[in-house]
Design a protein around this ligand. Structure first.
Ligand SMILES: Cc1ncc(C[n+]2csc(CCOP(=O)(O)OP(=O)(O)O)c2C)c(N)n1
Ligand code: SF4
Length: 245
């Protein structure tokens, strides 16, 4: 079998650094949209962060949102055009820092949207500042001695945090740091889109993802960092699934 690129991705080289997880996450989302045959119906929101140029890469309708405001914009789009399939694509700075209020209230309202959350434990685009998901001891430009729970608090686990909200239908944390993980991640993303198609409500997939540039690690060591350190701090798994009950 020969590998072909999904038609949901444009013929456009990305600007992502070597070893970055965003490209893998893009491919997973694109393949799912193609397999579900929903491209014509999809409206995505692009974040502010390294994936800001999402609209250059995906062959579907995309609106650019102010930093962190994707859930509010997605809420409006889905309510006005319920026949469309709406997804947000957000980094940890976008979703869990500046956009935390939008994230919590959108989840709590149980909006029928799909959220793709890329957790790379750092602010990638702006040069490596600490994110809400930065690990204890992890160095960043704003925690040069390593994150200290006494000063900065421990990392925020979004799936665990949102799991207490009644409005939430489906939460799963996956990774793109091995072939097996990528297969699992695609299943989760497909379920999150299928839930929306079936009108089941708010679904979020958290994807642990590599940022070699701002972690100052090689691509190979970045994969090791996800597989060892990140998976320990952010265990993979399904945190809520009301679709099977
Ligand atoms: C209102 C506003 N505040 C701050 C910024 C600066 N800014 C741009 S991207 C970013 C963080 C990006 O990190 P993340 O969301 O984790 O995405 P990543 O780049 O890691 O994929 C920040 C703080 C901005 N563009 N707009
Ligand atoms: S800075 Fe990090 S998140 Fe941004 S493109 Fe480079 S590796 Fe990816």
């Amino acid at each position: 079998m020969s590998f072909t690129k999904s038609s949901v991705l444009k013929d456009q080289a990305t600007h992502y650094c070597p070893g970055c997880g965003h490209g893998i996450a893009h491919r997973i989302v694109a393949e799912v949209i193609e397999e579900l045959d929903i491209r014509e119906k999809v409206i995505a929101t692009a974040p502010v962060g390294c994936a800001v140029l999402l609209y250059d890469y995906f062959n579907c309708d995309i609106i650019e949102c102010a930093h962190g405001r994707s859930p509010a914009a997605a809420t409006a789009i889905k309510r006005v055009r319920p026949e469309n399939i709406v997804f947000t694509y957000q980094g940890d700075g976008d979703l869990a820092a500046i956009g935390m209020a939008e994230t919590i209230h959108t989840a709590n309202r149980g909006e029928n949207i799909t959220v793709i959350f890329i957790n790379n434990a750092i602010y990638g685009m702006t040069g490596g500042q600490m994110a809400p998901t930065t690990l204890i001891g992890q160095k960043s430009t704003t925690s040069p001695a390593g994150r200290d729970a006494n000063n900065e608090g421990p990392p925020i686990r979004i799936c665990e945090l949102l799991s207490s909200l009644d409005g939430v239908t489906y939460l799963e944390r996956v990774s793109v740091s091995s072939a097996k993980d990528v297969i699992r991640a695609k299943k989760a993303v497909k379920k999150a889109f299928t839930n929306q198609i079936e009108g089941k409500g708010y679904s979020l997939v958290e994807i642990l993802s590599m940022c070699p540039t701002d972690w100052k690690l090689s691509p190979k060591h970045s994969v090791d960092f996800v597989n060892k350190e990140m998976k320990e701090a952010f265990p993979l798994g399904v945190f809520k699934d009301l679709t099977s009950s």
